[in-house]
Design a binder for this molecule. Structure first.
Ligand SMILES: [Cu+2]
Length: 117
């Protein structure tokens, strides 16, 4: 007696479900991945990426933390600063042209620059 096709289908569905789960979970071990949008800076691996970001006046820059064991902060030389955090975001809107340097005060050498023009 040949197996009925209906018996094979659940296995295929399970395989598809596992692939879907893997696509969602396996690719995201570092939190956000893929290209960084023009107004974003990633905070991950003890670095800001990209370290230098050029934006136009009026842009709200989003600093987005990847899942990381270490807490980081964004502290601008001219004052504004985020909390030290391991996830989430911090935003700052730049309403004037200029060069705005920032750093993570926890990690020496973890620095970045926003150039507004
Ligand atoms: Cu840091």
């Amino acid at each position: 007696m040949r197996p009925r096709p209906a018996l094979r289908r659940p296995r295929a569905l399970v395989a598809v479900a596992l692939l879907t789960l893997c696509a969602a979970a396996c690719g995201g071990d570092d939190g956000p991945s893929g290209p960084v949008p023009d107004n974003e800076v990633r905070v991950q691996n003890n670095a800001f990426s990209p370290a230098t970001r050029n934006v136009s006046v009026g842009t709200t820059v989003i600093f987005r933390w990847a899942s990381d064991a270490f807490g980081h902060n964004v502290t601008f030389s001219d004052g504004p600063a985020s909390a030290t955090q391991t996830s989430g975001t911090y935003t700052r809107t730049f309403n004037a042209a200029g060069t705005f340097g920032y750093q993570c005060t926890v990690h020496e050498g973890m620095t970045g620059t926003i150039i507004v023009s």
